[in-house]
Design a protein. Structure first.
Length: 281
């Protein structure tokens, strides 16, 4: 994959999935701007990249604050000249619990980070990508985006919205050679697993039991998500846009599946299934 000298912004890049993606992009020669609110972890990741011969900067800010978003993009452009790749990874899971019992302010906050944060970064980088008629945007979806997930209403609904936003934006910018896709990462063992364990019964019996099992046996490999992000950031994925691709579930390394993603408008998207359309295809 020829990504050398490309530049990328990775939100939530100081730990977990975001850090994994940032480190992998840097190994491919991408200049990476790592964004998060925790300065210690951000600059630790930057140092890891620099020690391995890569180029990176750490930028502290709140992804839900438009002024912060603009400053982050401006600083990235000042340092790296442009933004070729945007990874919208920053996200929060809380509140956890029955919808009627959770704090509505905390519920709204989830959308401010998960949905509005991603939208604002897209808004800020699109003029750059449109001007050079090229760009890759990758949004991280999550559990509950394609199925009901009780006790995680804010997270599930915001991540569903991310998928539809991905589809709409992909259509709007396709004439500028800008590709926009979403990743369903699967059950990765990150801090969100710890939050489920801490929530206990508030997370529901099924979620709690699955979390306990994952804590013992391990979750989906982080590397699968990282490699999918790398693929979607590269020219190898050209022609694939507006799709939600599952890192652990979809055979996205299969050439036949890749071609299907390019031509079939009804695969890897949000759709209402009915017997008049889908079952007759």
């Amino acid at each position: 994959m020829n990504l050398k000298n490309k530049s990328a912004i990775v939100t939530g890049g100081s730990r977990g999935i975001g850090r994994g993606i940032a480190l992998r992009l840097a190994r491919e020669g991408v200049k990476v701007a790592i964004v998060a609110r925790t300065s210690e972890e951000v600059f630790a990741t930057v140092e890891m990249i620099k020690k391995n011969g890569g180029e990176a900067i750490g930028l502290i800010g709140d992804v839900s604050n438009w002024n912060d978003v603009q400053k982050i993009v401006e600083e990235t452009v000042r340092k790296f000249s442009t933004v070729d790749i945007l990874i919208n990874n920053a996200g929060i899971q809380k509140p956890i619990g029955l919808f009627q019992n959770v704090d509505i302010k905390e519920w709204i906050r989830n959308f401010e980070v998960n949905l509005f944060g991603a939208a604002m970064f897209c808004k800020a980088v699109l003029p750059l990508m449109i001007e050079k008629r090229n760009g890759k945007i990758i949004n991280l979806s999550g559990g509950g985006a394609t199925y009901p997930r009780p006790y995680f209403s804010a997270y599930s609904v915001s991540k569903t919205a991310i998928v539809r936003f991905t589809e709409i934006l992909a259509e709007e910018v396709k004439d500028y050679n800008i590709h926009v896709n979403a990743i369903a990462p699967g059950a990765i063992n990150t801090r969100m697993l710890e939050e489920v364990l801490e929530a206990g019964e508030l997370a529901g019996k099924k979620e709690l039991e699955e979390a306990i099992t994952r804590a013992v046996k391990g979750g989906s490999p982080l590397e699968i998500v990282v490699e999918l992000a790398l693929f979607l950031a590269s020219e190898e994925s050209d022609g694939i846009t507006g799709k939600l691709i599952s890192a652990p579930w979809d055979p996205w390394k299969n050439e036949a599946f890749i071609e299907k993603l390019k031509v079939d408008k009804d695969i890897a998207v949000l759709r209402r299934i009915d017997d008049k359309t889908f079952f007759k295809k």
